[in-house]
Design a binder for this molecule. Structure first.
Ligand code: MN
Length: 296
């Protein structure tokens, strides 16, 4: 099954590029009280309400996915994990390009471990990514994003895929520079997730998927997840040795070679085999602030 969040926080089931509004099923989720849980209530409930979502989808008239505003389908993870230099060919290009390496010799993920991106950097495909620093490169990084489905800690690599609820495309947008990754990769809308979540049963082997991104119609990155240094299962095992992973946690698994700058006005088109494709615009940071939290 494929599900999306769209327009004004509607829940959709996606079939053949048509969105079926199944928002009514959200009534089955338990009411959330303060303090908010460290997991995504929809992801937790997914195994139980999937049938209801499919049944609700059967009953409504769908609309083309191209006509809706697509938001990040996993809005409330406890964390967004990034995997640095997790493709060998990306290390080679990083070391060859001073605008990426900034004088450092780039090593592999074994050396760096993983990093965290702020949850407030999450956005969906229909929300343009603002480029902020005029004198710095802001690069696209297309990545397979794995969404954790079950709480887990210290799990072995073998069997680790069973903790995944589903997959999406992730864009780990990045300002190049010497600062910490958590600064350069956590700007508003620098963690694009979409176009929807594809449940894990549809992707038995996430470690053999073609992925690519085009900018203004030109292919920039094109690879396959079989070239990951830490594969998806190893990443889950590795992360779970340090953090408890909660339902809804997003792991961006790393980007292949071909990263490059984007500018306001550019259009990115990302695609992952069996997952889907999405178009994301690049803009200047002139967006108004989101509305304040409602008064009680
Ligand atoms: Mn990345």
């Amino acid at each position: 099954m494929r599900y999306c969040r769209f327009n004004n926080d509607r829940l959709g089931v996606v079939r053949d590029d048509m969105v079926h509004d199944v928002t009514s099923v959200l009534d089955k989720l338990p009411a959330v009280r303060w303090p908010l849980p460290a997991y995504d209530p929809l992801v937790v409930a997914l195994p139980h309400i999937r049938g209801d979502m499919e049944a609700a989808a059967d009953r409504v008239t769908p609309v083309p996915i191209a006509t809706v505003k697509l938001l990040n389908p996993v809005p409330n993870p406890s964390k967004v994990i990034g995997a640095p230099v997790n493709y060998h060919a990306h290390i080679d290009e990083a070391n060859a390009d001073q605008q990426i390496s900034f004088g450092k010799t780039i090593k592999t993920i074994d050396h760096y471990g993983v990093f965290l991106k702020s949850n407030s950097s999450l956005s969906g495909p229909s929300e343009p990514v603002p480029v902020v620093e005029k004198d710095r490169r802001t690069d696209h990084e297309v990545e397979l994003a794995a969404i954790i489905g079950e709480t887990c800690f210290n799990v072995p690599e073998e069997g680790a895929l069973k903790y995944i609820a589903g997959y999406a495309i992730g864009l780990d947008m990045t300002i190049r520079g010497p600062e910490e990754r958590s600064l350069r990769k956590s700007l508003d809308r620098f963690s694009v997730v979409g176009p929807y979540v594809v449940t894990a049963d549809e992707i038995p082997d996430p470690e053999n998927l073609d992925l690519e991104i085009l900018v203004n119609g030109q292919v920039r990155q094109k690879s396959n997840t079989s070239h990951l240094i830490f594969g998806v299962a190893k990443l889950i095992s590795y992360c779970s040795n340090f953090y408890t992973l909660y339902p809804g946690d997003i792991i961006m698994t790393g980007t292949p070679e071909g990263v490059g700058p984007v500018q306001a006005g550019d259009v990115m088109h990302a695609k992952i085999e069996k997952v889907g494709e999405m178009t994301v615009a690049v803009t200047r940071r002139s967006e108004p602030l989101p509305p304040p939290a409602p008064a009680v």
